[in-house]
Design a protein around this ligand. Structure first.
Ligand SMILES: [Zn+2]
Length: 318
C-alpha cells in the first residue's frame, strides 16, 4: 500500500479534498458542497472523509493522516475553529481535530487555510527550497502566513500573519475589524467593489452598468475603464505599501500572492512591485521575489496535505 495524506480545504461553500503523496502527486481528488443538508456540518465532513478513505483503498493506497485547512480564525493548539469563524458557524468551537482523530484513528492537523497554503507553496509550489517567505491570500478577505526558517510563525495566541489588518492609511477606510485604514479595507474583494460603487455614485463614470464583483472591477481596469483603473491604482498602492512594510520587517526571500484578487491583479503586478520598492529599504527589496501562487481554490487541498506533512511528517506515521 502506498502512503498518502488526505488533504481537505474547507471553504465557505465547497470542500476541496485530495489524496496526496509525499512528493505532491495527486492520486485522486474531489470537490463537494460544504453546505450540510441536515444542518450537521460535521456529518457532511465525515461523509467526504469516509468516501476518500474508500478511494484510497481502491487506488491501493493507505491514508497516513489528515490535514485540514479552514477559513478564518483557527485555534491551532486546541484543534478547533474559533467561535468567531463567521463562515462556518456549524463547525466553530467544537474539538474538530480530536473528534476526527478518534473517529478514524489517524493523526489530524488542523490550521487556517492560509497557513496551509503557505505550507503547500513550500513543499509543492513556488516556495520550494525557500525557508523565509510570506504568503498573502487576497480574496473575500486578506490573510497572511509568515514562514521563518521553514516554520510557520503562529504568535502567542495564533494571530500572527493577520497582514490584512496592517494599517496602510492613517484613519483611512473603515475595516470590518473595527479599525480604519487596514489593507483589507482597500484590497479585499468586497471593498474593491465598494470603492468602485462609491466612485460611480459620485458620477465619475460613463459606464451605466454597476460593477458588482471584484472580478468585474479588475477586468474593467485591465480593459482600460478609467474608474476601475482608479480603484485598481488604489489597490496596487495599498498592497505595495503593505508589501514594503513586510519586506522591512521580515526581510523575506519571497512573497507569494494567492487568491482570486491576486490573480486578477496580475496585469498590474509590476505597479504593485514599484510601490513596494518605494516603501521598502532598497537593500531588503533587492533580494525579495514577489510571485503569484501556483494553486487555486480547487487545488487548495494540496496545502492542507502539506500542512500535515510539514507538521507530522510521513516517515514516523508509516
Ligand atoms: Zn482591519
Amino acid at each position: 500500500m502506498n502512503p498518502v495524506v488526505l488533504g481537505i480545504d474547507i471553504g465557505g461553500t465547497r470542500i476541496a479534498t485530495g489524496l496526496v503523496t509525499r512528493e505532491g502527486q495527486v492520486v485522486s481528488s474531489l470537490s463537494a458542497s460544504s453546505r450540510s443538508v441536515d444542518g450537521d456540518a460535521v456529518a457532511t465532513l465525515k461523509r467526504v472523509i469516509q468516501h476518500m478513505i474508500g478511494r484510497a483503498s481502491a487506488h491501493n493506497c493507505s491514508v497516513a493522516g489528515i490535514g485540514v485547512g479552514a477559513p478564518g480564525m483557527v485555534d491551532f493548539k486546541a484543534g478547533k475553529l474559533r467561535a468567531d469563524a463567521l463562515k462556518l458557524q456549524e463547525l466553530a468551537d467544537i474539538p474538530l481535530r480530536d473528534l476526527l482523530e478518534q473517529e478514524y484513528g489517524l493523526p489530524v492537523v488542523l490550521d487556517n487555510d492560509v497557513n496551509a497554503m503557505a505550507m503547500g507553496e513550500m513543499l509543492f509550489g513556488k516556495a520550494q527550497g525557500v525557508n523565509d517567505f510570506l504568503y498573502l491570500a487576497l480574496g473575500t478577505g486578506v490573510g497572511g502566513a509568515i514562514v521563518t526558517s521553514g516554520q510557520l510563525l503562529r504568535g502567542t495566541s495564533g494571530f500572527a500573519g493577520e497582514i490584512g489588518h496592517a494599517t496602510v492609511q492613517l484613519d483611512g477606510r473603515p475595516c470590518t475589524c473595527g479599525s480604519r485604514g487596514c489593507l483589507k479595507a482597500y484590497a479585499a474583494g468586497p471593498h474593491i467593489v465598494e470603492q468602485a460603487q462609491e466612485l460611480q455614485e459620485e458620477g465619475r463614470s460613463s459606464n451605466p452598468f454597476p460593477l458588482q464583483s471584484a472580478a468585474d472591477v479588475l477586468l474593467s481596469a485591465r480593459r482600460g475603464d478609467p474608474l476601475a483603473q482608479q480603484v485598481v491604482d488604489r489597490v496596487a498602492h495599498a498592497l505595495g505599501a503593505a508589501l514594503g512594510n513586510l519586506v522591512n520587517i521580515f526581510n523575506p526571500e519571497m512573497i507569494v500572492l494567492g487568491g482570486s484578487v491576486a490573480w486578477g491583479l496580475e496585469f498590474c503586478l509590476d505597479e504593485v512591485k514599484r510601490w513596494a520598492a518605494r516603501y521598502a529599504l532598497s537593500g531588503a527589496f533587492q533580494t525579495v521575489r514577489i510571485e503569484l501562487s501556483a494553486f487555486d481554490k480547487d487545488t487548495a487541498f494540496l496545502g492542507a496535505a502539506a500542512l500535515f506533512i510539514s507538521d507530522v511528517g510521513m516517515n514516523r506515521t508509516m
